[in-house]
Design a protein around this ligand. Structure first.
Ligand code: SAH
Length: 233
C-alpha cells in the first residue's frame, strides 16, 4: 500500500518542491508515496475565474469561496474516498508526532491549502475538514504547511528511512526531546565529547541519554514535561 497525497492549491508549482529531493524524492520514485495537485482555479465558473470574494460583514482581504472549493474537493476526493480531508489553518489543532504517525499509517491525505484570509466556514463544516496548524504564527498560504506535514509523514512510511530504529528514539516519540548528539572530531575548539559516550558502556550511555533527554525537556518544554510525568512513563 502506498500513501497518496492530493493537494488542492492555487500554486501547484510549489509541489513536490523540496519533497522531490533527498529521501522523500527517492521514496516517491520507488512508489512508496504519490502526489497529485489540483489547481483550485480550474473549478471557478465565473468569467474571471474568481476563487475568492470579499468577506461577509466587511473588512480587509478576501475569502476563498465555498462553492468553488467544494467542486474541487468533490472531484479530487469523492465521498467514498477513505483519506482524511485536511485544511491547513492557523486555527487548527497543532500538528504533533502522534497525528503524523496516524496519518503515515493510513491511505494518504487530501490537503486543502488556504490563501488570502482563509476559506468560507461553511465549506469546512459541509466537507468535514480537519483543520491542522503547524504552529502559532501566520503563513501567507497553506502550501508551506502542507510541505511540512508531508515531510514529517513521508519519513515515517515503511522503507523510507534507511535505519528504521532511528525513528523511534527521536524527539517526541517517547514524549521527550532527544538527547544531544556528538560525532568526531573528539575535540572541537577545546570542547571534548562527553566522556561517557566514549566509554563503550552501553547501559551507562543509555542512562546518560535518558537523563539528558529529561533535563532538556524539563528546561525547554514544561508542557511536554508535565504530560510525560502524568503519563507515568
Ligand atoms: N486570516 C487567517 C489567516 C489566513 S493565512 C487567520 O487569522 O486565522 C492564509 C492561509 O495560510 C490559511 O488559510 C492557511 O491555509 C495557511 N496558514 C497560515 N498559517 C498557518 C499555520 N500556522 N498552519 C497551517 N496553515 C497556515
Amino acid at each position: 500500500m502506498s500513501f497518496r497525497a492530493t493537494i488542492l492549491t492555487l500554486y501547484p508549482e510549489m509541489f513536490p518542491g523540496s519533497l522531490d529531493l533527498s529521501l522523500a524524492g527517492k521514496a516517491r520514485e520507488a512508489g512508496r508515496w504519490s502526489l497529485e495537485t489540483v489547481q483550485i482555479r480550474d473549478y471557478a465558473t465565473s468569467k474571471h475565474r474568481n476563487v475568492d470574494d470579499t468577506p461577509a460583514g466587511g473588512g480587509a482581504g478576501m475569502v476563498m469561496r465555498a462553492d468553488v472549493l467544494a467542486r474541487a474537493i468533490d472531484d479530487a476526493a469523492p465521498a467514498d474516498d477513505p483519506r482524511p480531508r485536511l485544511l491547513m489553518s492557523p486555527r487548527g489543532r497543532p500538528l504533533d508526532q502522534q497525528r503524523v504517525r496516524e496519518l503515515a499509517a493510513g491511505p494518504g491525505a487530501v490537503i486543502l491549502c488556504g490563501r488570502f484570509e482563509g476559506v468560507d466556514q461553511r465549506l469546512i463544516e459541509a466537507r468535514g475538514l480537519e483543520e491542522v496548524s503547524i504552529g502559532d504564527y501566520v503563513l501567507s498560504g497553506g502550501e508551506p504547511a502542507a510541505l511540512v506535514l508531508l515531510d514529517a509523514v513521508i519519513r515515517l512510511l515503511p522503507g523510507v528511512m534507511g535505519n528504521d530504529a532511528s525513528g523511534e528514539e527521536e524527539s517526541f516519540e517517547g514524549g521527550l526531546l532527544e538527547h544531544p548528539q556528538y560525532t568526531r572530531p573528539q575535540l572541537f575548539e577545546d570542547r571534548p565529547i562527553p566522556e561517557i559516550l566514549l566509554s563503550g558502556n552501553h547501559a551507562k550511555i543509555a542512562a546518560w541519554r535518558r537523563e539528558e533527554a529529561e533535563r532538556l525537556t524539563r528546561e525547554r518544554r514544561p508542557d511536554l514535561w508535565a504530560a510525560y510525568k502524568d503519563g507515568g512513563k
